[in-house]
Design a binder for this molecule. Sequence first.
Ligand code: SAH
Length: 369
Amino acid sequence: MSRLRERLIAKIEAEGPISVAEYMTLCLLDPVDGYYPTRDPLGSDGDFITAPEISQMFGEVLGLWCIQSWQDMGRPETLQLVEYGPGRGIMMSDILRAAKLAPDFLNAVRVTLIEASSALEAVQAKTLADAPCPVSWASDIASVEPGVTLIIGNEFLDCLPIRQFIQKDPFAGAGGWQERMVTYEERQLRFAVSPVVISETVQQILPAAQSEAKTDELLEICPANAQILDQLKARFEDNLGRALFIDYGPEATEFGDTLQALKRHEKVGVFSDPGNTDLTARVDFGALVELAHKIQLAVTPPVYQREFLSKLGLELRAVSLSRAKPESKDKIGRQLHRLTAADEMGELFKAICFQSDGLMVPLGFRDIL
Ligand code: SAH
């Protein structure tokens, strides 16, 4: 039995059931027994794989996107380039390599990494040891030096803790939701529904689609999203800035339980081995757009990863890489397929961008709302 499981049981027995968000936070980020702080989870030997780990082309075309964004923001002499949840630092390393094409951009860049796991921070430091620009770490965006800011995050939002609610009385509208909790019964960690309805404060942060729920439908919200968007809004009011997130999830709010655990690339039960499996949930892009509207933060409608990468020239990059390395042509073709095919990452994954008022539509997107 994992030590974290014992600690969770002791906590629940002493204090009562905990929210799904609290369960996720402890499993993923507990400094002693949590998933991220105690290992390097990525890659083919790890538990899951991400786009930058699949192919160097992903970070390289994002490098072009960063250069274009720097130009869109007036080619400032200093650019704060911030990455949320950088994993092993591979994407940043590919971005900076591609940016060698634009020495003025590289001269301007100061990289800041926002990483919750000290184990991964050490891996990032190694990957970026020879970076062609200064690299430092910060705990949040507010502590990054002021100045023109470009923010990126790949598969970061999906590991932020979610809360889950179940509609028990649709006639009561927002007042019919009860929270799904994690409890310990019959010697098992399991879900249970809180007997009380959620507070009015929580009712107010549900996405608009909540009103369409039928009895027993489940809705997820990610409270950290609102905090991050508030921080972006504040930052982009004082400093010209743009933030790009790429992740998996639906365009509009959907009902249903999407919490999942992965171990060695296989789905496992979310209570099977707390602290030793990756836990994520789909990102609700509809809710992100809604939140941005609420605080008047300029946002693009989400676009498919396939469309976004294609507009950044991914296919051309694949052709030129294959020419340079003919022996890897098949492998490069397979990587391209994984990143863009509709039955792989092409459509489930989406890109979304937030930015200061008055900036043009970012490369790869169609519109600003
Ligand atoms: N972007 C990388 C890694 C994705 S995994 C890639 O695409 O390969 C998620 C990353 O977010 C890990 O680096 C994890 O440690 C980090 N992370 C998770 N929760 C975080 C939080 N609350 N604050 C900062 N980083 C976090």
